[in-house]
Ligand binder design. Structure first.
Ligand code: EPU
Length: 294
């Protein structure tokens, strides 16, 4: 029996990672495993630990660039048991595999406001929490502000609920990255549905107007530096429209790299390095990627 035998998980061999990332690039995952439920996940994680197998937890793949020829093991919380989203008073309890779109739909349907700024971000709850997804316009807003508690599994398979006090969110980061995020309780506030819709549309319109959403991308590639927009710095270096193979620095927004057709991950990495080199030479600033490069 293989080392993963006996699990209830869905297991795929040599699964294309381009299929599972919004950049639509990357080679394969030796094994792609979707645990059936928490118990199954626990069993899997424990086996990985005892066999010293490294794994990567992937949500909806919106902030990841896979550049390796092969990633041995990817775990994805894609089964229905990790896609629950329910109301409890004026809180929403959402599992890690729920998309932000669905979370927003449940909030809207129940007249709960706060999260409208996430409108159109193609992430899962787990991914959005790990990176503290947010926007910078008209003011900085992050998902972490609305989180009351987060349920996680550690690398030994133990489940814990982290309270607000134990959670540390910062700009595009959190203290959740070393654990498997299982779900969260969002504390929202009552708001008229009409006003929720207006606000969601406002954020979505801003993104459509300013960002390049017509091609596959990972959203912003770099974090902003001390409040200075990386997109503007890249723009000022004259790099918009620069192309290597099918990868291009968007002509619309300097912090977007788009996949024109069949971009190779290594061409995307070359553009990332080009932007870093030029911005460093011109402004003395080292751009730090906000996407994970694996
Ligand atoms: N700008 C330029 N040239 C460009 C791009 C931007 O001059 O090519 C200027 C804009 O004119 C504006 C300023 O830079 O004055 C800021 O641009 P924008 O409003 O587009 O915001 P951003 O700082 O580039 C941040 C987040 C986005 C989020 C937007 C909107 C980061 C790294 N990015 O972008 O997040 O959607 O605010 O609120 O913090 C993401 O994380 O994937 C992402 C797209």
């Amino acid at each position: 029996m293989s080392w993963f035998g006996g699990l209830k998980a869905k297991v795929l061999v040599n699964e294309s990672l381009a299929k599972h990332t919004t950049l639509k690039s990357g080679h394969g995952a030796g094994l792609w495993i979707e645990p059936f439920d928490k118990e199954d996940l626990r069993a899997l994680i424990k086996r990985c630990r005892s066999l010293r197998k490294k794994y990567f937890i992937l949500g909806l793949g919106s902030k990841v660039l896979f550049k390796r020829k092969k990633v041995p093991l990817v775990i994805h919380l894609g089964s229905d048991n990790f896609k629950r989203c329910a109301l409890e008073g004026s809180d929403i309890i959402a599992s890690a595999g729920v998309s932000l779109n669905r979370l927003l739909a449940v909030a809207y349907e129940n007249g709960l406001g706060g999260l409208e700024f996430l409108s159109g971000i193609p992430a899962s709850v787990g991914g959005a929490l790990a990176l503290n997804a947010g926007v910078g316009w008209p003011v900085r807003l992050d998902i972490g502000t609305f989180v009351y508690e987060v349920e996680v599994m550690d690398r030994l398979g133990r489940v814990r609920t982290l309270s607000q006090k134990e959670l540390k969110f910062k700009y595009r980061g959190s203290n959740l990255k070393s654990r498997v995020i299982l779900g969260a309780r969002f504390r929202l506030f009552k708001k008229r549905k009409k006003n929720i819709r207006i606000k969601m549309d406002k954020f979505w319109d801003y993104r459509k107007t300013t960002q390049d959403l017509g091609y596959p991308s990972a959203g912003c590639v770099f974090k902003n530096y001390n409040g200075q927009p990386s997109g503007r710095l890249i723009d000022l270096c004259g790099l918009k429209g620069s192309r290597i193979g099918d990868a291009q620095i968007s002509a619309k927004h300097g912090n977007f790299i788009i996949n024109l057709a069949n971009a190779d991950s290594k061409d995307i990495v070359s553009l990332i390095k080009l932007a870093q080199r030029k911005v460093r030479a011109k402004f003395g600033i080292k751009l730090e990627p906000e996407i994970q490069i694996i």
